[in-house]
Design a protein around this ligand. Structure first.
Ligand code: SF4
Length: 257
């Protein structure tokens, strides 16, 4: 187990996202030990705006120590406006091996649920089974872009092994929770040659699949057939979901003319 590198304080916690899915979000950690090399959009933005100076600094997470106090202040003001809160956009709520982050995430989810607010969770870590005791409106998701551990170690080195991640999600599904999978950012064949069918088969138990291309990556931009490839992969996801009664969402700009 690891301990966070340190603590910071923030002035606010809940904010509205401007993205195509997601309503409000909260980010109660600065940095992320998962250290994804997709590259990570959150890392790029924090670096651009001077909140982080290097990758080494990014992978040493700092927990926002006043998270619960901020939620106590903000929830009463915002609860009538919020449809759902996504954990998280610029970090990971169940960072692999960080019990202190997971404990804070659980307390935050509890507070939001007690106020009647649904939470939508996404992680590359392990979802704890105790989440099954929370609101059955909550949605629990993992990112899964491959099943190849060598690729995971290269591209998302600090994350939980794929099989452990999947097993934790399956346990929540079997306990009656709503579950979903984010297959994003999906790699092109010059990054890894793999069969999307195998990933889809492994996640066939989930309620929803979100599929999206890789952006901001030199290798993907260099892959000449990327347009045809992503159109084909998106069509595969749609057919699979329609045949299996799974909801789906294809991220903007994944399918192109
Ligand atoms: S898990 Fe998410 S926030 Fe963390 S490094 Fe990877 S992409 Fe970035």
């Amino acid at each position: 187990m690891c301990a966070v590198k340190g603590y910071i304080q923030r002035k606010s916690m809940l904010y509205k996202t401007g993205v195509e899915y997601g309503d409000y979000t909260m980010n109660h950690v600065l940095g992320c030990s998962h250290g994804c090399k997709f590259p990570c959009y959150a890392y790029m933005m924090k670096k651009r705006f001077g909140q982080i100076s290097s990758y080494e600094e990014w992978i040493e997470p700092h927990l926002v120590s006043n998270t619960l106090e901020l939620l106590d202040k903000e929830i009463p003001k915002l609860k009538n406006k919020i449809k759902s809160v996504q954990l998280c956009f610029t970090t990971d709520p169940f960072m692999y091996g960080y019990d202190d982050i997971a404990a804070m995430s659980i307390q935050a989810i509890k507070k939001l649920n007690e106020a009647g607010i649904k939470c939508c969770i996404l992680t590359k870590g392990i979802l704890p089974i105790e989440l099954a005791e929370f609101s059955n409106e909550n949605e629990y998701g993992i990112t899964l872009v491959s099943l190849d551990e060598n690729y995971r170690k290269k591209i998302e080195p600090g994350t939980a092994p794929y099989s452990d991640r999947l097993e934790a999600l399956k346990n929540l599904h079997e306990a009656g929770c709503k579950t979903w999978i984010s297959i994003e950012p999906y790699p092109t064949p010059n990054l890894i040659n793999q069969n999307l069918d195998n990933i889809l088969t492994a996640v066939a138990f989930t309620d929803k699949i979100i599929f999206g291309r890789t952006n901001y990556c030199k290798e993907v931009s260099a892959y000449k057939q990327q347009k045809e490839f992503y159109n084909l992969m998106a069509a595969k996801v749609i057919t699979f979901c329609e045949n299996n009664g799974i909801q789906y969402h294809i991220k903007e700009k994944t399918i192109t003319e």
